[in-house]
Design a protein around this ligand. Structure first.
Ligand code: ASP
Ligand code: MG
Length: 448
């Protein structure tokens, strides 16, 4: 048995849902299918919430009509859908009843936001199940609220694995007796009082991972609009190619340093349970995609290069601190007091360079640091990170990196703690050139 998750772009319109059906038809394995809302629907529902907050009843109704029409269009284009039309009508009737009531109250609570956002997935999962059944695939639809049990942290709920595990075993798995496929909604769940919760934006991956663990699936497939995780952003380097295998640590480093493909936290439970996770492209199902596992298969490699733009370096120097102690802690207290996360750090006894992304309190930070040090700011730099657990084991990687960048000014270097990444900082204006050179060195040469 496997769990497949299809994101919003994979269920964008009738045509893409037909492609989903073809993917499900490729083998006879039993499947749980977790789907996101149709593309754009969650965003429009969020916009509807904003209009309700501003008491714009008419705009909220207009947006609701727009979303309803989109859902009806998709279901009418999917040949054979029998029950979807009425289901959609009914659900939008419910939404329309909330709007004036919430506007009247003049406040939209996190709980009511979740209530409204949940309709995106409630509808897409019902329509897709209805369609799959019509195509002859024996499919059961299950309301996610029946199985995904969460705490009451609305908008960002956490799943209660014990309760969810119990309902998966009691309600979901028995459906396989007379079905080959079970469809449910990603992103939504329900708390102990029966209120609808959501798992945070992009939360469908989390749902899929939880179900994979609770149902002891053999694998989890996350279907997207990209061929897995790439060696770098293909918008920057055309020759970027998919990475065949990554460890969980590598995938996390990539996400942390700017790659936006997958939020590793969301698949953590599946990985920890030893379930392999595949990231694949809906429009090219023959492509192997990227496999993410707990441990790295090929430890002798740099797997990908990622980058972050709009970074600022704060360089802090205090000769008074020579031989004294407490310098680092004084410096970090300042960043902490302005709730500003520090990303990379390099230090010598009297000098620290740190990078920050958020510059909201930069002026205050500089003022406070200046009380005991000289401070110098470099703006508009970018961090490029080479990621791979192999960096720890393979001699010569730093040499290759700096050789590739031999005519580019490297402002700061960081390699350490996690041992799965080597980061360099360059001027933002040099970013494209630097990434291309690194990509060429590590991923385009023979044998790479
Ligand atoms: N539909 C939700 C969102 O757009 C959840 C998801 O797609 O994973 O954030
Ligand atoms: Mg999404």
């Amino acid at each position: 048995m496997k769990v497949l998750k299809f994101g919003g772009i994979s269920v964008k319109n009738a045509l893409s849902i037909v492609a989903v059906k073809d993917i499900l038809r490729r083998d006879n394995e039993k499947k749980v299918v977790v789907v996101s809302a149709f593309y754009g629907v969650t965003d429009t529902l969020c916009e509807t919430v904003e209009q309700i907050k501003q008491n714009n009843v008419k705009k909220a109704f207009d947006l609701t009509n727009k979303t309803e029409n989109l859902c009806l269009k998709i279901s009418s284009e999917l040949i054979g859908c029998r029950n979807s039309h009425n289901f959609i009508k009914e659900k939008f009737k419910e939404i329309r009843q909330f709007i004036p009531a919430l506007c009247l109250l003049g406040e939209v609570t996190p709980r009511s936001i979740d209530m409204i956002l949940s309709y995106g997935e409630k509808i897409s999962s019902f329509v897709i199940a209805d369609y799959l059944n019509a195509t002859g695939l024996k499919t059961a639809y299950i309301d996610a609220l029946q199985i995904i049990k969460t705490d009451s942290n609305f908008n960002r709920a956490s799943v209660d694995m014990t309760k969810t595990g119990a309902s998966v075993k009691k309600i979901l798995l028995p459906l396989f007796k007379s079905n080959d496929c079970i469809v449910t909604a990603g992103f939504i769940g329900c708390d102990k009082d029966g209120s609808v919760t959501t798992l945070g934006r992009g939360g469908s991956d989390y749902t899929a991972s939880v179900i994979a663990v609770c149902a002891a699936a053999e694998k989890l497939e996350i279907w997207k609009d990209v061929n897995g995780i790439m060696t770098t952003d293909p918008k920057v380097v055309k020759k970027a190619k998919p990475v065949s295998q990554l460890s969980y640590k590598e995938a996390s480093e990539l996400a942390f340093f700017g790659a936006k493909i997958l939020h590793p936290k969301t698949i953590r439970s599946a990985i920890m349970a030893g379930i392999p996770v595949y990231v694949k492209k809906t429009s090219e199902p023959d492509y192997p995609g990227t496999l993410i596992e707990k441990n790295s298969e090929n430890k002798r490699k740099v797997k990908a290069a990622t980058f972050q733009k709009n970074i600022t370096i704060v360089n802090i120097c205090s000769e008074k601190m020579l031989g004294a102690y407490g310098f680092l802690s004084k410096v970090f207290d300042v960043f902490t007091s302005y709730k500003t996360p520090v990303d990379l750090i390099t230090t010598s006894e009297v000098n620290i360079s740190v990078t920050i992304e958020c510059c909201e309190h930069l002026q205050d930070i500089v003022k406070d640091l200046s009380a005991f040090a000289e401070v110098d700011i470099t703006k508009d730099v970018a961090i490029i990170s080479l990621v791979g657990e192999g960096i720890k084991y393979t001699p010569g990687i730093a040499v290759k990196c700096f050789f590739a960048l031999k005519d580019i000014n490297v402002i700061m270097v960081s390699m350490g703690a996690s041992e799965a990444n080597l980061s360099v900082i360059v001027k933002q204006s040099e970013l494209q050139r630097a990434v291309s050179k690194l990509h060429h060195e590590f991923f385009e040469k023979k044998g790479e």
